[in-house]
Design a protein around this ligand. Structure first.
Ligand code: ADP
Length: 397
């Protein structure tokens, strides 16, 4: 296995399990800080493996591969939530420093465990239940009103594993689809379908010694269950609600002992009296799509902050650099050729910042993002939309 080469000066090696774009985007701040990154990549051409010299290839589910990888690192963190608990616990027993630790990460790995814990903490959640039988689903729908949202507790992303069930009749169809060995066997998470005003996210970073910092609350815009744009800060957000959701994010990080970046995805709702309020949708314990804006739009971006947090260094200023920042995701489309679009995008908007992930184009896959900062939300949003659309081949002027 390729060992990371240590730089002189006592700088640590941070290991990242998983070679996706999140690990890749840690490399720029790691370079600036002189920190050596090492990535356990799923393939030699994984997004991060293309830019991090020490990127051994190995399975995150294979204890011996992960063990050999971790032995050369001072701290180990993650690009995704999929490392099994038994692997994490064996690493901890070996003395590997993991951030976040398995006891925290479990609440980002299992949506049922997350709902149980947040409810016990008194954090606002949608009404929910654990279903193990068809009659559980029917009873929940009859009690909360149809449709209901059914979620596989594990392994979902970008809306995969989430299904809206419109009526008791649909339960049987859906069960036939998931199969008899489908996720319902272990318990399925059911939620009321929240009638939300919009989706928000609060990102915080917390260090092992307990220092924490929160970025401004953002609005995430989804198209077909995939986040397509992030507006920072969330336009027109009630200042009291902003303070409440920020406090909730910091409290969740503290209570769950999260180390590194925590993203709390939320729905903004209205109470019966019409007041703005929130319910938590889900948690991610790593840098998150809703924080990509911070690379260009905040004094300290989420990838730098994550490194500082997992190394227990003092955290950086999460404040915004501009009144508005809009991040547009670039999703794979029909055109495999991406680079040519730079000519147009860069000529048209010298202020747009383009980030590409070195990933092959597949329809709907997140392959990059664009960020625009400025004084007018309308202007920066239009520019971010145009640049992302052009890069993904939706428009061709
Ligand atoms: P994933 O883990 O696949 O990202 P999420 O739980 O975030 O799944 O759900 C994906 C999307 O589905 C959310 O962004 C939201 O738009 C919608 N959604 C999820 N849960 C609910 C709910 N209880 N009520 C209404 N919409 C929901």
């Amino acid at each position: 296995m390729t060992q990371p080469r240590r730089a002189p000066g006592g700088f640590p090696v941070v290991g990242v399990i998983g070679g996706g774009q999140l690990a890749r985007m840690m490399q720029s701040p790691a370079i600036a800080l002189g920190i050596q990154l090492s990535v356990l990549a799923e393939a030699a051409d994984a997004s991060a493996a293309l830019v991090v010299p020490s990127s051994p290839v190995g399975e995150h589910t294979d204890l011996e591969s992960v063990r050999a990888f971790a032995a050369a690192c001072d701290v180990v963190t993650f690009d995704h939530e999929h490392v099994p608990q038994d692997v994490l616990q064996a690493l901890e027993a070996d003395g590997v420093v993991l951030h976040p630790r398995p006891g925290a990460l479990r609440f980002a790995q299992d949506k049922l465990a997350m709902r149980e814990r947040l409810t016990a903490l008194g954090i606002s959640c949608p009404r929910w239940a654990r279903a193990t039988t068809v009659s559980d689903v029917t009873a929940f729908g009859d009690a909360t009103g149809w449709p209901v949202v059914a979620k596989a507790p594990r392994g979902g992303y970008d809306g995969k594993g989430v299904r809206v069930i419109g009526s008791a009749d649909e339960v049987a169809d859906w069960l036939a689809e998931v199969g008899s060995d489908g996720p319902l066997g272990d318990g399925m998470l059911l939620e009321e379908r929240v009638d939300f005003v919009r989706e928000l996210a609060v990102l915080v970073a917390r260090s092992p010694s307990g220092q924490a910092a929160a970025w401004p609350v953002v609005q995430t815009v989804q198209t077909d269950s995939i986040c397509t744009q992030v507006l920072a800060p969330a336009p027109g957000l009630d200042p009291h609600l902003a303070a409440v959701v920020t406090a909730a994010g910091l409290r969740i990080a503290g209570e769950l002992d999260v180390t590194g970046v925590l993203a709390v995805e939320m729905f903004e709702v209205r109470t019966g009296a019409g007041d703005p309020a929130y319910v938590v949708n889900e948690l991610a314990m790593r840098p998150h799509n809703s924080g990509h804006w911070s690379i260009d739009g905040a004094v300290t971006g989420q990838f730098e902050q994550h490194l500082r947090a997992v190394l227990d260094l003092p955290l950086g200023d999460p404040g915004a650099r501009a009144p508005w920042t809009v991040m547009g995701n670039v999703l794979g489309g029909d055109h495999p050729e991406l680079y040519r679009a730079y000519l147009h995008v860069m000529a048209r908007d010298p202020g747009a910042k383009v980030h590409m992930y070195g990933k092959g184009v597949r329809p709907g896959r997140k392959i990059g993002h664009v960020t625009v900062c400025g004084a007018s939300l309308e202007d920066v949003r239009a520019r971010a939309t145009h640049a992302a659309d052009y890069l993904q081949g939706v428009i061709d002027e």
